[in-house]
Structure formats: C-alpha cells, structure tokens
Write a protein of this length. Structure first.
Ligand code: ADP
Ligand code: MG
Length: 388
C-alpha cells in the first residue's frame, strides 16, 4: 500500500519543477458499500470518500501557458490554455479535459503550473481518475475565482473522463469525491441526483479492501453487454407496463410476468438489479440502526447476486469472498466495482485485521500465483484546499 503523501516533499517537488510555491488542493478516492451496476439503471449507489487522495499543487501564470507534471507519471505536458487537443503522454488528459470544461463555460484562464501527486493506488477501483479530475477542477476554480459550484465541477470531471479518457463512467465517482464526509456514506439517487448522508460510526469495526491484483480483459466488453441485457429486459417489461422508465421502476412480479418466461439469463440480470436497489435501501436502514451484522449479511448477498445472477465476478474475487466469509469477526464481503478484477470490500472487526491479512495473503498467493494487497480505508472528507 502506498504510504500517505508527504506534503512537505510534495511542496518541495513543486518548487523543484517550477521554482515557486504552490497552493495545494486534494480530492479523495471512493469506495462503494453496496449498489453495483445500479447507476446506469437509474438506481441507488452508496459510496463514501476515503482518507486517500489525489493532490494538485498549482500556481498561476499570466502568459497563457500551462505546464503539468506528475510525481507518479513521467513527462511534462506543456501547452496553451486554449489548446483543444489531448496530450501524447496520456495521463495529463484528465486535467486537459477539465480545462476544456472551464472553457466551454466561457471561463478564460490566464495559465498555470500544476503538479499532481497521490497516495491512492491507481487502477485498483478506488477511482483515482475521478479524484484527479475533481482535484484539478477544484484547484482551478479556487485559484482563479471562477465561481463554479461542486455540482458543476462534478459534471466537468465526468465529461473529462468521457471525452478525454474515453471512459463512459457514471456520476458516482466524482460525486463521492466532491461530497464525501467523514463518518458517512452518501446514498445517491442516480435518477434525481438527490443525496442523503447515512451515518457510519461503527465503533470497533473497519473497512478493508483486498486487491486481487487482476484485471481481466473481459471487463469492458462484459460491461457493455450487461448494459444491453438490462435494456432488453426493460423493453420487455415496458411492453406490458409502458409507465416504467427504467429498471428502477420494476419489481420482481413484473419480471415474473414479462421476462422470466422469455429468457433466464436476461431475467437473472434484471432481477439482480431490482434486488440490489431494494437491498441498498435496507442496508441504509441497517446503518441508521447501527446493525452492522445485518449490513454485512447484505453485502454477502450482493456478492452472490453479482457472481451468480449478474455474472461479473471472477475466480480471484470469489476466492477472497469465500475465504473470509464465516471467519469470526467478518461481517460482510463482496466484490466492489464493475467486476472481473479489482478489490473486494470487507466489513470486519478491527482487531482481526492483522491476522486475517497475514493468513490470507499467504494462501491467496499460493493458490492464485498473485500477490494480495490489503488496503485499510476510513471514510473521509470531500475535495478541499489543503494549504494556503
Ligand atoms: P482508477 O480505478 O484508479 O480510477 P483509472 O484507470 O480509471 O483507474 O484511472 C487511472 C489513471 O488516472 C492513470 O492511468 C492516470 O492516467 C490518471 N492518474 C491517476 N493518478 C494520477 C497521478 N497521481 N498523476 C497523474 N495521473 C494520474
Ligand atoms: Mg477511474
């Protein structure tokens, strides 16, 4: 696990690159407790910001130029604030996409020097990309008093990822990064964009991510196929229930009538989504009551649904969930994210973590030929200025 970012080293790195002092902003990564593959079906998600961040150091320029450097990636991006193209380096594109979002809103910037740094693992499903885009948007807005609010910056971050990185991500990641709060999950309604904070103050309990360190190549094609399967099931329901707009409005009796008789696979996909929305709402009331055992049990049900009905798990994810379930002190575990790799999220008693990680790392490596990375996470605050 990457150590926490050393702020004075980061300032020093900015000074070495640009010969002056920066203002510093940061935006967190996110986890999602429950609510997987519900976002594009107009349903609910339950993310939280975590205590790991992407940092942006920035200082203004007046000559219309930009320079972007990263502590973690090679190369220097140099250009003009008015340039529309992408960078040959790849990683600056998120920042360039955010800059384009400012331009499209008619905001002219005079130029800047920027350094990006992070203590979030990249590509582990903690959404370092959204954290990065949100940190850049927030930094530009603050530095130049551009007058945008957090909702504008979320939208800009999402579009930056769509257009500049080619990833058709939902709104959840930048939303959680911007609006996260310590000790809370955010229940976000992906249809209305309404959100509520749900308390997570589990004395003695913790959240632990276990990274499989695999990303199967199936991930993006299967993602698209699942979206189509959900759309097909929805069409069949709508033939009988025209008032239905998305799987969000569907219940299991509608599936019994319109989908199950036609195709078992499509029925499984849709039924998982319908059940997952209901499960998420039930888990929110578990948390409100402080019933961690019930919340954990629902996480395990979600994993079953994702693995058997939605079929987006993989052997490594199933291995990790199976290995921890039943261990005294483990309340819940499930795969997190789109599937076919990445992390599991585990709800467990704090005092068993060291032993569990120790035992499981050895077994996982022996059985799968891959290292296991344990990432303990705490909920944390959304995007903010760090300094100055
Ligand atoms: P994740 O699950 O972490 O969001 P992505 O593949 O969506 O994985 O995004 C990771 C990409 O975001 C990196 O390949 C890089 O282009 C960009 N990125 C993340 N962190 C940094 C950083 N500290 N500096 C520069 N670019 C970064
Ligand atoms: Mg990402």
């Amino acid at each position: 696990m990457t150590p926490p970012l050393d702020l004075s080293a980061f300032k020093q790195a900015f000074f070495s690159a640009f010969d002056r002092a920066p203002r510093i902003f940061r935006s967190p990564g996110r986890i999602n407790l429950i609510g997987e593959h519900t976002d594009y079906n107009d349903g609910y998600v339950l993310p939280a910001a975590i205590d790991r961040h992407v940092y942006v150091g920035i200082a203004p320029r007046q000559d219309g130029r930009i320079r972007i450097v990263s502590v973690d990636f090679k190369g220097v991006h140099e250009g003009l604030v008015t340039d529309q193209g992408k960078s040959t380096l790849g990683w600056p594109d998120y920042a360039l996409g955010v800059l384009a979002g400012f331009r499209e809103r008619g905001i002219q910037l005079p130029g800047f020097d920027m350094l990006v740094g992070s203590d979030l693992p990249v590509g582990a499903g903690l959404s370092s990309s959204a954290a990065y885009s949100c940190a850049v948007g927030f930094a530009l807005n603050e530095l130049f008093n551009a007058g945008l609010d957090r909702s504008d910056m979320i939208r800009i971050a999402q579009l930056a990822e769509h257009r500049y990185a080619g990833v058709m991500c939902g709104i959840m990641d930048p939303f959680a990064s911007m609006y996260g709060r310590s000790g809370q999950f955010v229940r976000l309604d992906c249809r209305s964009m309404e959100y509520h904070y749900v308390p997570f103050s589990a004395e003695g309990y913790a959240l632990l991510l276990l990274n499989t360190n695999v990303k199967h190549s199936l991930a993006s094609s299967a993602y698209n196929r699942r979206r189509e399967e959900c759309a097909t099931g929805l069409d069949w329901v709508r033939a009988d229930f025209p008032e239905v707009r998305s799987l969000r409005d569907v219940d299991e009796s509608m599936l019994d009538r319109c989908v199950a008789p036609r195709d078992k696979v499509i029925d499984d996909r849709c039924r998982y989504v319908v059940q997952e929305n209901a499960r998420l709402l039930a888990l929110c009331s578990d948390l409100e009551k402080g019933d961690m055992a019930a919340a954990g049990a629902r996480m395990l049900q979600t994993h079953e649904g994702l693995s058997r009905m939605f079929e987006v798990s993989c052997p490594e994810l199933d291995y990790l969930v199976k290995a921890v379930r039943g261990i005294d002190g483990v309340l819940g575990a499930r795969m997190m994210g789109g599937g076919f790799g990445g992390c599991t999220i585990n709800l467990l008693r704090t005092d068993i973590i060291d032993q569990l990680v120790n035992d499981l790392s050895r077994a996982y490596e022996a059985d799968n030929g891959l290292p296991l990375t344990a990432i303990p996470v705490m909920t944390g605050e959304g995007t903010m200025a760090v300094d100055g």
